[in-house]
Design a protein around this ligand. Sequence first.
Ligand code: 13P
Ligand code: SF4
Length: 314
Amino acid sequence: MTFSQIQEEILSLKNEKNITILAHYYQRIEIQEIADYIGDSLGLARTAKERSNTPHILFAGVDFMAETASILNQEKKVLIPNPESCCPMAAFLTAEMVREYKQKHPGIPVVTYVNSTAAVKAESDVCCTSSNSTRIVEKVMKEYNTDTVLFGPDANLADHVEQQLGVKLIKMPENGHCIVHSVLTKKDVEQIKSEHPNAELIVHPECIREVREVADFIGSTSQMYAHVKKNPNNVNEFIVGTEKGLLERLALDFPEKKFYLAQKKMICYNMKKHTIELIKYVLEHLDDNNFEVKVPHEIAERAILPISKMLELS
Ligand code: 13P
Ligand code: SF4
């Protein structure tokens, strides 16, 4: 692969200063290209814990992902290129709300999607991601001998788990959603399917039920990537029902295949707040505390428990 001048500069700064760069699939492609690891939320959390053996980690993803890496690596400095890169879904659920739900439903375990604040995680029994939510809920129900759990903040992911397991969850709250995935409607999907009748539709579980029900495959970003790589139905075209960054990665890695974004508005502007220029700046100014991810110690000590339990159960 040939790198641009700024990418070359970042790669040499990274080696010289001994820094690991982690990037989510929704990052701009020029950022994905210079990362040590690319992945979904679960993969990046695991990599942050098990494979990042440098004193600094630069995390190109939204705040909850960088916070999770920091909570799992409290002795390291985790840096986020643009501290304003946040996931709006997390705002649907506060720690105060979780405490109220727990009071109202005593004894019912709390499973929170990692797309949540560290304070919400601190109130939880176990975390989950889009790739392991069904398995985690199933295991937690067995462990606590219960037929339901408190689940938040994504009501679409909760609905997906309900459909997979044939159970009913208590959603915290009823209407939590991702503003990027929920724009995709059944009508959009029908339209794009009619334009590309031979394409497989792959979607993220944050999509609404009507969309998931007509999908050929539902999974996390890494699971979608793995599905395209495996290509069990031997197809040449895919309609991608998630953020555009994954499509760009797929197009780069599988040039012989065709990819269509299910809806042109599926862009997460928060993920795109990181730029290659900002990354270079942060690597040049490692002592600038403005880029350091700071989770209060008291919260981190509690939030590490449900995150570690998720890693154990996945
Ligand atoms: P993944 O864990 O599937 O990468 O999803 C993260 C996310 O924010 C989806 O919108
Ligand atoms: Fe959050 Fe949605 Fe962006 Fe994922 S795509 S980071 S859930 S806003």
